[in-house]
Design a protein around this ligand. Structure first.
Ligand SMILES: Nc1ncnc2c1ncn2[C@@H]1O[C@H](COP(=O)(O)OP(=O)(O)OP(=O)(O)O)[C@@H](O)[C@H]1O
Ligand SMILES: [Mg+2]
Length: 247
């Protein structure tokens, strides 16, 4: 079943007069894409080609200039908690503990305190953070902070998880752990995931399908379904194919 449909989606940002009549920027051009329920889709493309813009439109935080996004057949016009975005620059509230940060989104949903607490602790547990539930962000390592940000997004039980380079800032070992955790949770709970990444390898390890966008304005230039798990001998050929489409 189709979960998300991006139909002839284009986005042009207006030029700002404050910047001496800067020209409008066409970020995305005529993107047509369908994402199945429970699919893990990775989006690759050169810097500035509109990947963040695309996620923001799907999240309902930006409006397209042309075309539309449909979530289960209904046009997306605004933010909705069934589509949660983890930002490229993730931020935790420094004055809240890890648990407090995770509970924040649940409070917005109006859940009673006891249920919030239970749900937050359970999500922190999945991500191996039991011991750090009461720690503040400055007491956590970068990788732990990233896991708290992931827990905060997962705790609200979104149907679609929109992730904008979520692991860019962590070291290779933490990154690999987080990737495994994400894939495990995604499969266990059958979430639909759109993951923007600059890492071809990450996309190959995690995704059911990879799409590659051209340089700005972003257009679809490659769509590659992947059998998961991917045989190691298939990896190299696919990696080369994707790299050459990114040139
Ligand atoms: N709010 C905005 N106002 C005006 N222009 C914008 C805005 N947001 C993005 N842009 C422009 O749109 C283009 C696409 O930006 P976007 O952030 O979507 O790219 P990206 O693919 O996520 O890049 P990166 O890989 O570097 O994160 C860029 O040229 C950027 O300058
Ligand atoms: Mg971006």
């Amino acid at each position: 079943m189709v979960c998300l449909e991006l139909c002839r989606l284009s986005k042009t940002y207006p030029g700002s007069s404050a910047q001496n009549g800067r020209r409008p920027v066409e970020a995305l051009h005529n993107i047509d894409l369908r994402v199945r329920e429970g699919e893990f889709l990775a989006i690759l493309g050169p810097s500035g080609c509109g990947k963040t813009t695309l996620l923001q439109i799907v999240a309902g935080l930006e409006q397209p200039t042309a075309g539309e996004v449909r979530f289960r057949g209904r046009r997306v016009t605004t933010w909705g908690r069934e589509r949660t975005l983890i930002f490229q620059e993730y931020t935790l509230f420094p004055w809240l503990t890890a648990r407090g940060n995770v509970e924040f989104g649940l409070r917005l949903q109006g859940l009673p305190a006891e249920q919030r607490r239970r749900q937050a602790l359970e999500t922190l547990h999945w991500l191996g953070l039991d011991e750090f539930a009461e720690a503040y962000p400055h007491q956590l390592s970068g990788g732990m902070q990233q896991r708290v940000a992931l827990a905060r997004a997962l705790a609200v039980d979104p149907e679609v998880l929109l992730m904008d380079e979520p692991f860019a800032a962590v070291d290779a070992i933490t990154r690999s752990r987080l990737q495994q955790e994400l894939r495990r949770i995604q499969q266990l709970q059958r979430r639909t995931v759109l993951l923007v990444t600059h890492s071809v390898r990450e996309a190959l390890l995690l995704a059911d399908r990879i799409v590659v966008l051209t340089a700005r304005p972003g257009r679809l230039c490659l769509e590659l379904p992947l059998p998961q798990p991917l045989a190691p001998e298939a990896m190299l050929g696919l990696e080369e194919r994707i790299h050459s489409s990114l040139l």
